[in-house]
Design a protein around this ligand. Structure first.
Ligand SMILES: Cc1cc2nc3c(=O)[nH]c(=O)nc-3n(C[C@H](O)[C@H](O)[C@H](O)COP(=O)(O)OP(=O)(O)OC[C@H]3O[C@@H](n4cnc5c(N)ncnc54)[C@H](O)[C@@H]3O)c2cc1C
Length: 148
């Protein structure tokens, strides 16, 4: 991907994880000009439990990537179990609404794969320019009428 970018943007987003990439895609869809930057090269791994719970599926649907997860390596999950060294166990089942076409209330999917779905979706959204291996080191506050 080209590292050059020119012009001005309505929004510049630092970090293209699920948060930044979702924000970029949704703003791009609304007609905003967005620059999405990440110091990493995607796909990139990240420490995480890798769970995508029922509530998150609503967001995946809104972004239009809920069907994509079915096409990549994943495991269906139906809940989460927390246990302590003293043997106390809390079992929390996911209560998915199981809408038509929705198979599982949750998924487990490596972040290297899942986050790349978010990033790829943002990258192909009209109005979004995405640059990888671009580390932000400082923020320059310089705008007319803004005293910083
Ligand atoms: C041990 C652990 C287990 C977890 N388990 C789960 C789980 O099972 N399910 C779940 O939903 N959540 C889980 N989480 C939480 C989840 O990982 C985070 O909530 C989620 O990653 C936050 O997404 P984000 O987009 O805000 O940030 P991130 O995914 O962290 O993305 C931030 C991005 O910013 C980039 N970046 C950082 N600094 C710069 C810079 N200076 N310049 C350019 N780019 C930069 C990074 O490269 C990165 O890609 C877990 C977290 C941890 C630590």
């Amino acid at each position: 991907m080209a590292r050059e970018s020119s012009g001005s943007y309505d929004v510049i987003i630092a970090g293209a994880g699920p948060g930044g990439s979702s924000c970029a895609a949704l703003l791009g869809r609304k007609g905003h000009k967005v620059l999405l930057l990440d110091k990493a090269k995607f796909p990139r791994e990240k420490t995480c439990g890798d769970a995508v719970s029922g509530k998150s599926l609503r967001v995946l649907r809104e972004l239009g990537i809920d069907k994509e997860i079915e096409k990549v390596p994943h495991a269906p999950i139906r809940g989460v179990v927390f246990s302590s060294p003293k043997g106390v166990v809390v079992d929390i089942p996911f209560r998915g609404k199981n809408l038509p076409g929705e198979k599982e209330p949750g998924y487990c999917c490596k972040r290297e794969i899942m986050d790349n779905l978010f990033f790829t979706n943002a990258k192909k959204t009209k109005g979004v320019t995405a640059l990888e291996e671009f580390q932000i080191t400082d923020v320059l506050a310089k705008a007319s009428g803004w005293s910083g």
